[in-house]
Design a protein around this ligand. Structure first.
Ligand code: ZN
Ligand code: ZN
Length: 132
């Protein structure tokens, strides 16, 4: 089990299962939402994500058709995203984990959209769009 929270601590969650894949997301929406160069996301089965505190503080934004991004309405921390086309999984923001992440990133996604200042220097596979 892994624990995580938003920055202000109002929202606390647990991941009651194993991570499926950790990836770097270079899409423009993750970049805008994070205000950073790219996002590090971890995929879990949806039923493994359980909110233990503050679920009522979560807001969501429909970032593209059928896709929602969930964040803390108090502090703005992005928490996870969920898409109608991949209903059974959630993509959790690795940076909101409190516990160490047991699965290192294995792939770069949406590399076609990466910020022009980002230079990928590792040997992980790079996908121009999503990897699955
Ligand atoms: Zn918060
Ligand atoms: Zn993204």
């Amino acid at each position: 089990m892994l624990r995580g929270s938003c920055m202000c601590g109002k929202v606390k969650y647990e991941l009651r299962g194993d991570p499926i894949v950790t990836y770097y997301c270079h899409c423009g929406k993750c970049r805008k939402q994070s205000g950073s160069s790219f996002a590090t996301n971890v995929i879990f089965r949806k039923e493994h994500l359980v909110f233990v505190e503050g679920e009522e503080s979560i807001s969501r934004w429909n970032s593209s058709p059928g896709k929602h991004r969930y964040f803390c309405s108090g502090c703005g921390s992005p928490l996870y995203s969920h898409g109608e086309n991949r209903k059974h999984i959630v993509s959790v923001r690795a940076g909101t984990l409190t516990d160490p992440l047991p699965l290192a990133p294995s792939v770069h996604a949406f590399v076609a959209h990466k910020a022009n200042w980002v230079e990928i220097t590792d040997d992980l596979p790079q996908h121009p769009e999503y990897f699955a």
